[in-house]
Design a binder for this molecule. Structure first.
Ligand code: AMP
Length: 289
């Protein structure tokens, strides 16, 4: 079922809740790919009803970013989401979500201010605001997000906790192309040569993971491994390369064994900005650093 009106969405959710249905939400900006599909399929397995939202949220795009040219194809998205097992596709209009006079935004604080937050000021304010609105409209029990946008999952966890949303957050692994490139709606911007170059993000993450597995614990060394792989590709421009504690995004000089860390990358391939990440745990049996 396709719903575009906000009041209809709220009525549908009220009915589902009064029938004791467990509602899962999968928020997306559309142009669905297999990463979205895995979220929808998992939600369909775990919940009684799934609402996939499709909304290119203007509030999370900065001036000069790709809001206007972001790929859109609602008909195709409806077919994919249905096939993946969604119950409802909620695709509201910009005007309905942000009518004239709209002013309220949500600022989640420090976790949103580094990395993506530094390079895309206001981005997470836009994300937190639209997700809170979707939570209020859909009243889900479980929310599904991808690890692909790792920092976003921390922002959503903070939002849910701080604003007392009675919602369980489920974060699912990044779905990749066979050569390692993380699936993204933005991959359609890449020319064939850029598409080949774009595997550099995955290769950089692998190089750093291998160094950590070999015993590297110094943050700057881990970051240097990623940097040198990326710098070997002339079309690649680094926005940031970081190793950080997975839960807080703190960046100690040296990681300690047993610590869960995240490797974070934002790289421009030509004019296309791509992000990727990997999680790992610092091993105990390091023979060298
Ligand atoms: P987007 O439409 O890009 O805003 O993404 C909507 C949701 O899908 C977010 O929770 C993303 O993290 C998730 N997602 C995007 N790409 C992938 C991927 N390659 N693997 C898993 N989840 C993804």
């Amino acid at each position: 079922m396709l719903i575009t009106a906000l009041d209809e969405m709220q009525r549908w959710s009220d009915t589902a809740r009064s029938a004791s249905k467990i509602i899962g939400i999968v928020p997306t900006m559309g142009y669905l790919h297999d990463g979205h599909r895995s979220l929808i399929e998992t939600a369909a397995r775990e919940c009684d009803a799934v609402v996939t939202t499709i909304f290119v949220n203007p509030l999370q795009f900065g001036a000069g970013e790709d809001y206007e040219r972001y790929p859109r194809n609602l008909e195709r998205d409806v077919a994919i989401a249905r096939d993946a097992g969604t119950t409802v596709i909620f695709a509201p209009s910009r005007q309905a979500m942000y009518p004239d006079g709209y002013t309220t935004t949500i600022d989640v604080g420090p976790i949103a201010q580094r990395f993506e937050g530094t390079h895309r000021p206001g981005h997470f304010r836009g994300v937190a605001t639209v997700v809170a609105k979707l939570f209020n409209l859909i009243k889900p029990h479980v929310a599904y997000f991808g690890q692909k946008d790792y920092q976003q999952t921390l922002v959503i966890a903070r939002l849910i906790s701080d604003l007392n949303f009675d919602i369980t957050l489920r974060v699912l692994p990044t779905v990749r192309e066979s050569d390692g490139l993380a699936m993204s709606s933005r991959n359609v911007y890449l020319s064939p040569t850029e598409r080949a170059d774009a595997t550099v993000l995955y290769r950089a993450l692998q190089a750093a993971l291998e160094a950590i597995a070999r015993g590297e614990r110094e943050r700057l060394h881990v970051e240097a491994h990623m940097r040198s792989v990326i710098e070997s590709v002339p079309t690649a421009q680094i926005d940031y390369v970081a190793a950080a504690r997975a839960e807080t995004l703190d960046q100690p000089d040296v990681f300690v064994p047993g610590e869960k860390i995240v490797l974070l990358l934002a790289v421009r391939i030509g004019s296309t900005r791509l992000i990727d990440n990997a999680l790992t745990t610092i091993p105990y049996d390091s023979s060298s650093t």
